[in-house]
Design a protein around this ligand. Structure first.
Ligand SMILES: Cc1cc2nc3c(=O)[nH]c(=O)nc-3n(C[C@H](O)[C@H](O)[C@H](O)COP(=O)(O)O)c2cc1C
Length: 330
């Protein structure tokens, strides 16, 4: 069975990519993933705020406060993940890259324009095959419009595209008012791929001690339909690569993501729950499923259920809602 796919212009033997998680920063885990047949690997991001930088130029002009970015980043910036010097990180990265044969994608989560571009160049120099810009953001500033926030992401992407030769993808969250438009803007700014979606880590509150509680829960397949809707919509128009990230656990999940338009699926929780060897059973299960259902390849199946190819495109939008609420109880 031909499981091959092309993602960001890279030829992958299959559509399985290890999404950034603590696993992908460890050489032993990377080697096991490769042995288990992973198609590509995204390294954990380089967080600008975790690094000792000489100077942090603000993202934009001084009167456009950039503090929301650091606020958003603190979700991930835990001390145990801190790598304190850029050089050390790049050496680590070059070393990882040397030891694996599958494509390695470097991930960046920066605060300032210089942060995005400097680390992009350094990562390219360290040998990664492509970049993933991690656009994780919590829009908590009531004075800033959605357009401004999206404009800053597009700006960061444009700056990175202007200074590296390798392909660049962006990982976005689902919380944009006009996601289809945002996806188009990213593509127009040169995005080679879009990862749908980042998973927000929602803090809970402790009502006895009156404090927020952050606990990282792994996903399950219930998170997938949000991705399916937007893959089905975005893939109908986008020419760039698309990756599903979030809630991909079973063979059926993989089939759904590809049918709605994903070129590949990123796995994080599924690997953390079941071990990296889980990719072997997914890969074999996907091949068997395609065979049983008379597909010749992953490519043949891709996008067959996006909104251009299904008889009722409304199923992914408002009509679906009207139908569902109307049918409750019947
Ligand atoms: C423990 C853990 C750490 C993660 N760290 C990062 C990260 O540093 N950067 C990032 O872009 N995504 C990170 N993710 C998000 C995953 O890459 C992925 O987008 C998300 O978990 C949804 O995919 P899943 O349902 O397969 O877990 C992390 C996920 C987990 C579970």
């Amino acid at each position: 069975m031909d499981l091959s796919t092309t993602y960001l212009g890279l030829k992958l033997s299959n559509p399985f990519i290890a999404g950034p998680s603590p696993l992908t920063g460890r050489l032993d885990a990377l080697k096991r993933m490769e042995d288990a047949g992973m198609g590509a690997i995204v390294l954990p991001p380089l967080f600008e705020e975790q690094l000792q930088t000489a100077e942090m130029d603000l993202f934009q002009a001084i009167d456009t406060p950039a503090e929301s970015f650091p606020e958003a980043l603190t979700y991930f910036a835990e001390p145990e993940h801190a790598i304190v010097d850029v050089e050390g990180y790049m050496t680590h990265l070059a070393d990882l890259k040397k030891h694996v044969r599958v494509p390695v994608i470097g991930s960046i989560n920066a605060v300032t324009r210089d942060g995005w571009t400097d680390y992009a160049k350094l990562m390219e120099g360290a040998g990664v095959d492509a970049l993933e810009l991690d656009f994780y953001f919590v829009g908590n500033d009531a004075s800033r419009t959605g357009g401004e926030i999206e404009g800053r992401f597009v700006d960061a992407l444009t700056a990175v595209k202007g200074c590296v030769q390798i392909p660049v993808s962006v990982k976005v969250t689902p919380f944009h008012t006009s996601l289809a438009h945002f996806a188009r803007s990213l593509e127009n700014a040169g995005a080679d791929g879009i990862v749908l979606f980042h998973r927000f880590y929602e803090p809970d509150i402790d009502i006895e001690n009156l404090e927020p509680v952050s606990r990282l829960k792994l996903s399950d397949s219930r998170e997938l339909p949000l991705r399916l809707r937007w893959l089905a919509i975005v893939s109908a128009k986008a020419a760039c690569s698309l990756a599903a990230s979030g809630g991909v656990h079973s063979v059926e999940d993989v089939v759904k993501a590809i049918m709605t338009g994903a070129h590949c699926v990123q796995l994080a929780s599924a690997l953390l729950k079941n071990g990296v060897e889980h990719v072997t059973s997914l890969r074999e299960g996907l091949a068997a499923w395609l065979d049983r259902n008379e597909y010749e390849s992953v490519r043949q199946m891709r996008g067959t259920m996006n909104i251009e190819h299904i008889p009722e495109p409304g199923a992914f939008s408002r009509a679906h809602y009207m139908h569902l609420v109307g049918s409750w109880g019947s």
